[in-house]
Design a protein around this ligand. Structure first.
Ligand SMILES: Nc1nc2c(ncn2[C@@H]2O[C@H](COP(=O)(O)OP(=O)(O)OP(=O)(O)O)[C@@H](O)[C@H]2O)c(=O)[nH]1
Ligand SMILES: [Mg+2]
Length: 280
């Protein structure tokens, strides 16, 4: 049976302190990992809470506290600011960029999209179509061209065209494929060089339906680049997302946005209280 946080506390003994070994086992099978599991069980053990309902609201509040970012998300004041979107294949990078253009547009900000995914012709085309639809500027290169130079040129164009935001799409890549991760570092270096400073945001885009592998993605991408935040997509389906709590708790990276559908309006600022309520 697939673990769900929804039934974390169901079918346990009336005095839940006696059920701690069961809770521990359920948490471990739910992608929460040993560190967070131990922390939660220790907290329950030290508390004088007894019933499943009491423990549940206690755990919800604890998780909410853990996933609440240390700093709130503010748009930079300088122009243009540069956001990078990275992640594994199909995690939702390109769609998230489209949503971000829409979100920024609602605040009166103009975006330029950079097709740093030169790997597939269809990827360049997909981003270009979004740019046209959303009235954003666009910079791309020929399919198969050097993504680092496309990104360099794109950021330069963002400066000269005086847009507010430069949003850089990158090819999906497996976090364990060293040559592809090296290429990503090179693309990032080109971006920093072109911007003349650190990039304003480097978002790792994660698919909420991913299990354990999600944590591995966070760890490997964080090793490669100075990530600034996480975006969780496909949070609208029957998603699990337990790994995200673990990733946030263990890496300290803030979860910033949540994608809840395929439409441009389906991007929400991450809400810790809602997240922890939904989890259980
Ligand atoms: N339901 C749902 N679907 C989403 C969401 N975000 C993205 N998708 C879908 O997921 C699929 C992949 O999205 P893309 O944005 O192309 O993913 P990507 O990371 O750019 O993929 P690659 O460029 O191939 O690595 C598409 O069918 C999207 O419509 C979301 O929040 N909810
Ligand atoms: Mg893409």
């Amino acid at each position: 049976m697939l673990f769900s946080f929804k039934n974390l506390f169901s079918g346990l003994k009336k005095n839940i302190q006696e059920s701690l070994p069961d809770i521990e086992e359920r948490l471990l099978s739910g992608d929460v990992g040993p560190v967070v599991t131990k922390e939660l069980c220790d907290l329950i053990k030290q508390s004088d809470l007894k019933t499943p309902e009491e423990i549940q609201s206690f755990v919800e509040r604890q998780v909410e506290q853990w996933v609440t970012p240390q700093t709130s998300f503010n748009l930079p004041t300088h122009r243009p600011f540069v956001f990078f979107f990275i992640g594994v294949n199909g995690s939702g990078k390109t769609t998230t960029i489209a949503k971000m253009v829409h979100w920024l547009g609602q605040q009166g900000l103009k975006s330029l999209l950079v097709a740093g995914d030169t790997f597939r012709a269809a990827a360049v085309e997909q981003l270009k179509i979004w740019a046209e639809r959303l009235n954003a500027d666009f910079v791309g290169g020929a399919p198969g061209s050097d993504p680092a130079s496309v990104v360099f040129n794109g950021i330069q164009a963002g400066k000269s065209r005086q847009v507010d935001a430069v949003l850089v799409d990158t090819s999906g890549r497996l976090q364990t494929k060293t040559p592809l991760m090296e290429e990503l570092k090179k693309v990032h270096r080109a971006g920093v060089k072109s911007a003349g400073k650190d990039l304003d945001q480097i978002f790792l885009v994660l698919d909420a339906t991913t299990g354990q592998n999600g944590l591995s993605q966070v760890i490997h991408f964080k090793e490669a680049l100075p990530l600034t935040g996480l975006i969780l997509t496909k949070y609208d389906g029957a998603s699990r997302g337990g790994f995200v709590m673990r990733a946030v708790r263990e890496t300290g990276l803030p979860l910033r946005f949540v994608g809840v559908g395929e439409q441009v309006a389906d991007l929400q600022i991450f809400d810790p209280a809602k997240f922890s309520k939904n989890l259980f």
